[in-house]
Design a protein around this ligand. Structure first.
Ligand code: B16
Ligand code: MG
Length: 219
């Protein structure tokens, strides 16, 4: 039986926590007198918490002490965790469960490949933890996307060659990471932003079970 490794990003792919990251970062940026737009937010998607704060400080031309940096990181995460706390299964994005079930039915190995250190909590909240054979998240990597590390570790966890893996991503950094890893990249979201992906879909409702089967059997 043909097997591929299927790797899912979390924020913006499985659940729409991207909107919570945006709200929490905007609140934090505004609190230190830095403007924060949706366009800037796009550049933080898939990017680690540390790197995100560094970027916001650079945009606002702010320099702060290490202690203040740590405090701002804590504030942002506390705010974000307040949103996560209220999450339930209704926040799983449309047709994600169908695609996961289709893969499970076809006995395909599935991993998470997320930059988030809160990934496990979120998967538990939306009751999807059991659908994954491996979870690789921000706690497991030292190099943030677009570095391919997170996806390469996921491939290893699934015991699959990188070139037999398929990555679902909503971020520019993540699509780039998948491409560098020599994996098939599937951009979920705006094609004009994710144009470098091998395939593009607005969301999972556009991904048929037949397309999944084609990916499984593709040479
Ligand atoms: P946390 P993903 C990423 O998750 C988010 O896209 C990004 O906005 C966030 O800063 C990063 O996780 C770190 O998240 O603060 O929860 O550790 O898209 O790679 O699943
Ligand atoms: Mg994402």
């Amino acid at each position: 039986m043909s097997k591929k490794g299927f790797i899912f990003d979390l924020d913006g792919v499985i659940v729409d926590t991207a909107k919570y990251h945006f709200l929490a970062w905007r609140k934090l940026a505004n609190s230190i007198g830095v403007d924060f737009t949706e366009v800037q937010n796009e550049q933080l998607k898939g990017v680690s918490r540390v790197r995100s704060l560094e970027k916001i400080l650079a945009w606002g031309e702010k320099s702060i002490s290490e202690e203040q940096f740590a405090e701002l990181m804590r504030m942002k995460n506390d705010d974000y965790l307040n949103y996560i706390e209220k999450m339930g299964q209704d926040e799983i994005l449309p047709d994600v469960s169908r695609v996961l079930d289709c893969l499970i039915e076809q006995k395909q190995p599935i991993s998470l490949g997320s930059a988030s250190k809160n990934a496990r909590v979120i998967l538990e909240k939306v009751a999807l933890r059991d659908k994954f054979d491996a979870i690789v998240d921000g706690n497991d990597v030292s190099n943030a996307k677009p570095d391919p590390e997170v996806f390469l570790i996921a491939a290893k966890a699934l015991d699959m060659e990188a070139n037999r893996c398929i990555v679902f991503e909503d971020s520019v950094a993540g699509v780039e990471a998948a491409n560098i890893a020599n994996m098939i990249s599937i951009g979920i979201g705006d094609t004009t932003i994710l144009g470098d992906a091998d395939y593009n879909f607005n969301d999972f409702t556009e991904i048929s079970n037949q397309f999944i089967e084609e990916l499984i059997h593709k040479k």
